[in-house]
Design a protein around this ligand. Structure first.
Ligand code: SF4
Length: 219
């Protein structure tokens, strides 16, 4: 598999925030999000056999593994092999909402699926979002990176139209838009509390790794 980097840190995003995790970042992505903070993963990386990747992960002695990218489902065959060999580890997969892979989704413990908003200049596939919701509501969290009010309106429309009820939804303020925007986003969510405190399980969570380390890589 083509690997961009393997490192050990804590989860900085979403529901598992703060837990120790080994990160396996795979190379290649089928999108080009405008504010992508891992552009180096679009092409940077080396081919490493799956067994050697497993050895590298095992050295950290941590059984929580986050498979990320890039878009890891582009290397689905290799990812499947890894999951199959390490069935006793706990896996999270981070995916951009353009690809659906039942074999892999069945095997992981947590699916973190992005739904791209307009500021990214890319689009997730709403059929993939809906299908993942319907089939994996018990182990999926949807993440909307939100950079402005237009993104917020788009995310709101998707959540309500697709009826993403009783599933964790993360509104992640886009880091480059600054803390002022993060505070504005919180105010928008507070204003719409009538939407977000019933069937819809919405929360605002910034990236902890950026708060602690800034834009440093491999943390
Ligand atoms: S899907 Fe993720 S890795 Fe790919 S361009 Fe967008 S933010 Fe970057």
């Amino acid at each position: 598999m083509k690997v961009c980097e393997i490192f050990y840190s804590i989860e900085g995003e979403g529901l598992d925030m703060g837990k120790p995790y080994v990160f396996l970042r795979l190379s290649g992505c089928n999108l080009r999000c405008k504010w992508c903070d891992t552009k180096y993963a679009w092409s940077e990386g080396v081919e490493i056999p799956v067994d050697k990747v497993i050895d590298a992960i095992a050295r950290y002695g941590c059984n929580n593994v986050s498979i990320t990218g890039g878009e890891p489902l582009l290397q689905a065959e290799e990812v499947y092999k890894l999951l199959d060999k390490c069935y006793n580890w706990s896996f999270q997969i981070n995916t951009n909402g353009t690809l659906f892979n039942k074999d892999i989704f069945d095997m992981v413990d947590l699916i973190t699926m992005d739904c791209k908003c307009p500021s990214s200049c890319e689009r997730s596939d709403l059929n993939v979002i809906k299908k993942t919701y319907v089939e994996y509501a018990g182990k999926v969290q949807f993440k909307f990176v939100i950079a402005n009010a237009v993104d917020y309106e788009y995310a709101t429309a998707v959540i309500l139209t697709e009826e993403l009820k009783h599933v964790p939804i993360i509104f992640q303020p886009e880091w480059g838009s600054g803390m002022k925007w993060a505070r504005q986003l919180i105010e928008l969510v507070k204003k719409d509390a009538h939407l977000w405190t019933g069937d819809y399980d919405v929360r605002v969570i910034p990236q902890l790794q950026k708060v602690i380390w800034g834009r440093r890589r491999g943390v």
